[in-house]
Design a protein around this ligand. Structure first.
Ligand code: AOS
Ligand code: ZN
Ligand code: ZN
Ligand code: ZN
Length: 401
């Protein structure tokens, strides 16, 4: 295998979300799964199984207060002993009763202060876990025309983001995630990439846009958003998942593998060597999965997600950039398109098996997981917890103020 390819593939990093290992559901029903993780400690055990079998998923994003603990140093140590690191910190400002009309954009100043304080508490958590990213998603929005003043809500959002941005330690970032709809159904305060982008420009260099693949209207060209934000130096990272109709949080790369390939094609676009690729994909972007595995076995679903991202990345690395540039410069439409399709149609499974042999891991991770008895073991030990995943204790981040 081309050594540059090997270097780049070994450097790929995918961060798995703690909430993807626990029970989750829709507004209609949460089906309890035998062995689903009940605590952050069990979630880290599951993440360690994914890392053991893939070698490219050492980071675990956590959600506060769902994963709040009294001692984040102990959490960091527990993760490290399993070959893991604590990744992005995800504040929760969408489940406390006070947030009915929004959090940082709420018309009530006291509620806005409560939300901002929780975000600032999560900045303290970042300091204790050594996390680089504060991953911000707001459910804030309105359900009816006239319910609230849209411009006032925009200014409240900016003011709140600015206060948190200015509290970030150096070397850390806030990732401002947008979403077209849900749970607000008339207007969402961070409704598209342009809203996030303009807030990031206004509040400072530590603010970057986070692209969640499920957060767009039907048919939106997401890879073009990725290309634009990369070119502007304002892409912080991703929440990977798949969608057919809405923010379905299905396994990334399942409903539209070509879209995922085109996104990765933009990510490796500017890189002309393994060193560029390693820099571009390993260090300055956050590749987080954000999914809810409502009917799938949790750990196997997460494994499949990581492997789907790995496969798309490998295909994108195979794009013949010189041939592509030549065809593009000549305006040879179909020759250029065929260069992309040739890479997309390449079966990279042999390549990935070779990579895993180099990495000293099983060539077939899913099969290895199924043979390992891990799922049966945790089902015996944990039993079946009824009810949804992490529902927060009221706004407690576990940090002393
Ligand atoms: C919600 O739709 C967003 O994708 C969130 O990023 C995600 O669901 C999770 O809650 C992390 O905050
Ligand atoms: Zn998300
Ligand atoms: Zn989402
Ligand atoms: Zn989500």
């Amino acid at each position: 295998m081309n050594p540059d390819l090997l270097t780049a593939l070994k450097a790929q990093r995918i961060e798995t979300p703690s909430w993807g290992y626990g029970n989750s559901g829709t507004r209609f029903k949460t089906f309890a799964a035998a062995g689903a993780a009940r605590t952050i400690w069990e979630k880290l055990d599951d993440a360690a199984e994914v890392q053991r079998l893939t070698g490219i998923a050492p980071g675990v994003a956590i959600h506060i207060p769902w994963d709040a603990v009294d001692d984040y140093g102990e959490l960091k140590k527990y993760a490290s002993e399993r070959g893991l690191t604590i990744g992005a910190i995800n504040p929760n400002v969408f489940q406390d009763e006070e947030y009915r009309l929004g959090s940082v954009t709420n018309p009530d100043e006291a509620v806005r202060e409560q939300a901002i304080q929780h975000l600032l508490d999560c900045v303290e958590v970042m300091k204790q876990t050594g996390s680089r990213d504060l991953s911000l998603w707001f459910a804030d929005g309105t359900n009816y025309a006239g319910q609230d003043d849209l411009r006032s809500r925009k200014r409240r959002m900016r003011a709140g983001l600015k206060r948190v941005h200015d509290a970030l330690p150096s070397g850390t970032r806030m990732l401002v995630e947008y979403k077209l709809f849900e749970p607000a159904f008339y207007a969402t305060d961070l409704f598209d990439w342009g809203a996030s982008y303009s807030h990031c420009l206004a509040i400072g260099d530590k603010a970057q846009v986070l692209v969640d693949l499920g957060h767009h209207a039907q048919g939106v060209n997401i890879e073009q958003i990725v290309a634009f934000l990369l070119d502007e130096g304002r892409l912080g990272g991703f929440h990977f998942n798949a969608r057919r109709y809405g923010d379905d949080d299905l396994i990334v790369g399942t409903s539209n593998p070509f879209e995922l390939f085109c996104i990765y094609a933009e990510l490796v676009y500017g890189a002309n060597s393994a060193d560029d690729l390693t820099k571009q994909t390993a260090q300055n972007l956050s590749y987080m999965i954000d999914q809810s595995h409502n009917i799938e076995p949790k750990v196997e679903a997460m494994l499949q997600s990581v492997l789907n991202c790995q496969e798309s990345y490998a295909k994108a690395l195979l794009i013949d950039r010189d041939l592509l540039k030549e065809a593009q410069s000549k305006g040879d439409v179909l020759a250029a398109h065929r260069v992309m399709m040739d890479a997309f149609k390449t079966d990279v499974r042999p390549l990935l098996m070779e990579l895993r042999a180099e990495m000293g891991i099983h060539s077939e991770p899913i099969e290895a997981h199924r043979q390992s008895g891990y799922q049966e073991k945790v089902a015996r030990e944990r039993g079946t917890q009824t009810g949804g995943g992490g529902y927060p204790v009221k706004g407690k981040a576990g940090v002393s103020r």
